[in-house]
Design a binder for this molecule. Structure first.
Ligand code: MN3
Length: 237
């Protein structure tokens, strides 16, 4: 019965479109499919480059697992739903963020969440070191010393009220420290603080509350022990 109904339905649809040829022609200038094209940009959740317990000395396993599988996964899912629903057609992340002021808060918040966390995971490693070569020179040049840089970055992370992110960016050839609220990032045209992100720190409570509770300063102090200076250097180029 079902298949007969379906066949009838299809037959009816065909005859409907044949009798409304004018309307069909009008639609010819529009995209054929209501959904966004197959080759349109979509966000992806990058594979975590280490195990959930790899950063245990600074970030506990349960926090990492919930952060990655629940929070981050949801941002990726929701931004891609927004891209579909709002028919956002862009070629890249960069293009998505450079026009974010024209999009919904769903696209902005979840797009930021998807990108920021992908970057955040690669900013950390179980085998940390200290900056060397060009990135060390750039930090010393911009902030005086590595210790001074850490002090300023830590200050920015403690003074970010509520949820947000702290960044080291390259802007017009210079390194700068700044922070953004919620899931905003320095690639967004809507952000007051702009630049190319080199290093990111998540200061949302979900990033540290299970291990550190209200003590954001302890979380940040320990986070320095897992920073991946190799990937920061790569992004500097
Ligand atoms: Mn987070």
């Amino acid at each position: 019965m079902k298949s007969i109904n379906r066949r009838k339905f299809i037959k009816k649809s065909i005859s409907a479109s044949a009798t409304t040829l004018g309307a069909t022609f009008l639609l010819a200038d529009q995209p054929v499919f209501a959904s966004t094209p197959q080759n349109n940009f979509e966000f992806q959740q990058l594979k975590l480059p280490y195990s959930y317990d790899a950063l245990e000395k600074s970030i506990d396993k349960m926090t990492m697992e919930i952060h990655y599988t629940k929070h981050h996964a949801a941002y990726v899912l929701n931004v891609n739903a927004a891209i579909q629903d709002e028919k956002i057609v862009v070629k890249s992340e960069k293009e998505f963020f450079s026009g974010i002021s024209k999009r919904s808060s769903k696209a902005r918040n979840n797009g930021g969440g998807a990108y920021n966390h992908n970057l955040f995971w690669t900013c950390m490693t179980p085998s940390t070191g200290t900056p060397s070569g060009k990135i060390a020179d750039a930090i010393n040049g911009a902030f005086g010393s590595f210790d001074k840089f850490k002090e300023l970055f830590t200050q920015a992370s403690l003074s970010r009220f509520g949820s947000g992110w702290v960044w080291l960016v390259k802007e017009n050839g210079k390194l700068q420290i700044g922070s953004t609220p919620n899931q905003d990032n320095p690639l967004m045209d809507a952000s007051d603080f702009k630049g190319i992100p080199l290093l990111a720190l998540d200061v949302w409570e979900h990033a540290y509350y299970l291990k550190y509770q209200n003590k954001r300063s302890e979380y940040v102090a320990n986070w320095w022990n897992v920073v991946n200076w190799e990937t920061v250097a790569e992004r500097l180029g």
